[in-house]
Design a protein around this ligand. Sequence first.
Ligand SMILES: Nc1ncnc2c1ncn2[C@@H]1O[C@H](COP(=O)(O)OP(=O)(O)O)[C@@H](O)[C@H]1O
Ligand SMILES: [Mg+2]
Length: 302
Amino acid sequence: MSGFVEKPEPVQVPGLVHLHTGKVRDLYQNEAGDLVMVASDRISAYDWVLPTEIPDKGRVLTKLSLWWFEQLVDILPNHVLSTELPPGAPADWEGRTTVCKALRMLPVECVARGYLAGSGLKEYEESRTVCGLALPEGLEDGSELPGPIFTPATKAEVGEHDENVAYEEVARRVGPETAAELRQATLAAYDRARDIARERGIILADTKFEFGHTSDENPVLTLADEALTPDSSRFWPADSWQPGRPQPSFDKQYIRDWLTSPAAAWDRTGTQPPPPLPPEVVEATRSRYIEAYERLTGTPWS
Ligand SMILES: Nc1ncnc2c1ncn2[C@@H]1O[C@H](COP(=O)(O)OP(=O)(O)O)[C@@H](O)[C@H]1O
Ligand SMILES: [Mg+2]
């Protein structure tokens, strides 16, 4: 079982058409036809959108993505148009609303990995490959790869796992030219971001990008969604990196640990939705998101 524990009702705003309630973001279209993306404080773990929110998470994700888009702007155009609140929008949308170009999204989760973890580690342990790419013997949990690799996945519905696919499958879905462009763009953005994070004492182990095409006569491949946040990336403090065990990370680790602890009294493999999070888990998670923001951008949260 999986999905939303409680699916929120969309906020109605005059002049905006609600398009979609995602796991984390709510999407609207404004009268100009642009996309209004509102990041919520929702958090997902183990394929569930949890019933408890993390205060400020939507603002942290929004500000961090905007900062990263700027760091990448000379190598990749992005979808951001403005951060102005649409007229009539609730005041609490401030800081978590991005008006974007409505793109024709490509159905590929563009993942770059420089280190072995997560589904990459799982596949490596079974076959010494990740997304069909052969890797050397002797790598372990958290090992640095010989070089960054493009490990695409297909996007799953809420409650399903993304599925890693071979590059050939991407080429089949989007055409060989676009597939090559996606790989090149993903690896170029990863390289830049990895270097920036490293200067700040953070390892960018892997990250996921989403791209779309503008709907002009000459479609331009454009970076969309969120970029390089703790929701879309594995960030590890460099000073405690030690391959051979799971790495401490700036994300949902507290939540995963608590959900699988006896205190939660929850069976991950059963049919019951996860329980609400206790305040100390919420606070520890909020602090991790804010710390990631502050360390990466070098600016205090508020
Ligand atoms: N510029 C864009 N144009 C169209 N769709 C976009 C754009 N940027 C992001 N999206 C889509 O908006 C949604 C963001 O909400 P999210 O909570 O991440 O949803 P999901 O549960 O689908 O991952 C994603 O489905 C993403 O593909
Ligand atoms: Mg998403």
